[in-house]
Design a protein around this ligand. Structure first.
Ligand SMILES: [Zn+2]
Length: 80
C-alpha cells in the first residue's frame, strides 16, 4: 500500500463514518428528547382532572375509571 492509497482509505472511511454516524446520533438525540418531553407530560398529568393508573401489562397511563387498558386491552384492576 502506498502512502497515497492509505490516505485515501482513511478519507473514505471517515466519510463513511460521518454518513453512518450522523443519522444514528440524530436518531438517538430525537429519541432522547421525545422520551424526556413525554416524561414531563406524564408528570404534569398526575393530580390533574381524573386519576390515572399504570396498566399492569404494558405500563401505559390509563384512566382508573376505565376497566380495560386502551392500548393493550389488559384488564386494569383498581387498587386502593
Ligand atoms: Zn396496557
Amino acid at each position: 500500500m502506498s502512502p497515497v492509497s492509505v490516505l485515501q482509505a482513511i478519507q473514505t472511511n471517515s466519510l463513511l463514518l460521518v454518513v453512518v454516524a450522523v443519522p444514528i446520533l440524530a436518531l438517538l438525540w430525537y429519541t432522547y428528547q421525545f422520551t424526556f418531553y413525554r416524561s414531563l407530560a406524564t408528570d404534569g398529568e398526575s393530580g390533574l382532572h381524573e386519576s390515572k393508573t399504570n396498566c399492569p401489562n404494558c405500563g401505559a397511563r390509563v384512566s382508573q375509571s376505565a376497566d380495560r387498558c386502551e392500548y393493550c386491552g389488559h384488564a386494569v384492576v383498581e387498587r386502593p
